[in-house]
Design a protein. Structure first.
Lengths: 170, 170, 170, 170
């Protein structure tokens, strides 16, 4: 259906998810992820708030990348200062669905139960999830290996871009 | 604020969550949970579809309990036949939030990633989650024990009712 | 699909929509609508808050009817005191969709822009809207007559029940 | 809070709303609106589908503007071919809230009940709505003049930009 653009015009969109509060170490990791995404020409989507989200947006902004923040509130001004395009959904934490479904791959950094809900929504849809110090899952006593472990920011971004390619890009 | 009713009028509402497809064994377990909830006068909330949700509603209906199905679609007729009050949300899997937030406790039976998203939303809000053969969580290499294990349907319902008491009931 | 129940078991569900703040006159009208719905065995759905919603629930409760409040917040205790079953959606004013889609007909009493959004969602889905002193619509300079005018509470409930019959009831 | 950017960095975001199906005349009008928004450096937000939304995005793309489509489905590939950044919300027509709340002003072109729900959500929040051949409202027999009439595309965009200035931009 998307015939007006050549393949080369298509931008990859990758989400970075994680807690609205995070340690300095996690913030540094998220900033590195944001920088690397921007260097590689990827559009960064996130939940638009603080912590991991803000650090990732800051990193992307430093490298002149584009950042989109999909907010729970209906007020665009609630975003962190490094969000260039705020989407004010007004649907609360139902926006977690949009945060992952708008991306071709997801990078999870640490995170709390909100992040876990996003991981669940992504895996439900077959969107690849790359994890940095984040949740691990087991079901009925069996380990699940659906979250792909990365060893650092560059590894996470490389894996995310590689796996994003497998999905249809609009 | 709720002054028109005495405490004794207040009904406990408990959600049963789990896969829309399930094994016969899981269905039997869910039906037992539904029966036990109804016998104890609890209103059953669920996601309104098949599998674990349908089996739990069937159990509750057999024991003349009240069942509410909070549906993803905007069409009330998409509910399973044992839902007495269908809520047609029209917000897709964002209805998972309503399924857990409308309850004072949640019983998770088996389940896939959708169930995992519901567990995450419940834990994020401090709503107790009682698990029967369901997900287990670890974070940064540490086991999480936030899902309370139950050994059978009667144990699960007993724990859920007991923990529901700790929450404010409207 | 709904084979477990005979047709005679099926309950009609009707929504009452209107402002969270209203005049005494509107409250009296909403209370009369709630009473009449309960007398006729209809389940009342509303948005769960104050004003018209609270008055309608109060009327239904006086006549021992069942009331369901579909709330914007994720906290069941935010409902008015006459809501018997609160549904805490957590999706903000996106719950307006659920308020109308869960019913077979809608009665609109006065109301502000939130009510207008509900009327729009109902009409979009072909759910009949009966109006008491509420919005009137025109499109491209032409009057729209899609909102059915009622002259009083009894007339509104009669029309709503009659029109609800045309829809499939789950 | 947004301290990392000077005021001159801030982009205005304006939504164009209207039917997913429209006449050739309406499509031409929507395309002109899209062109004019892009020429004036405004980011265009819309619901991402066909009809007025597609025509507006096409116009903006011709003038090298940025287009964002906030989709009802959870599949980014359902957008029209001129959407550069698809947001796949997965919350159905609850995305109508995001379409208007993410903008500082809204331009409504013709439109059906979905558009009416968007107008209602915008007015509820005090977001200015500029109308081109669209809905007119009356309440309790009194005309409402809350939708600001424009005489053509250039007039609509001029009024929208002027009124957008009155809102806080993130």
């Amino acid at each position: 259906m998307r015939t007006s653009k050549s393949d080369s015009d298509k931008k990859i969109i990758i989400s970075v998810i994680g807690g609205a509060h995070c340690s300095d170490e996690e913030a540094a990791l998220a900033e590195s992820v944001g920088k690397e995404l921007a260097k590689r020409g990827v559009i960064l989507v996130c939940g638009g708030l603080g912590g991991v989200m803000e650090a990732a947006c800051r990193g992307a902004t430093i490298e002149a990348g584009l950042t989109i923040g999909i907010l729970p509130s209906d007020d665009s001004t609630t975003c962190n200062p490094y969000v260039q395009i705020p989407i004010a959904t007004g649907v609360g934490y139902a926006r977690n669905i949009a945060v992952v479904k708008s991306a071709q791959a997801v990078i999870a950094i640490d995170g709390d139960y909100g992040t876990l809900s996003e991981i669940a929504y992504a895996l439900k849809s077959g969107i690849p999830v790359i994890g940095l110090n984040t949740w691990a899952l087991a079901r009925n006593g069996q380990q699940e290996n659906s979250i792909i472990k990365a060893k650092d920011a560059i590894d996470a971004v490389g894996k995310a871009i590689s796996l994003a390619g497998g999905l249809k890009v609009p």
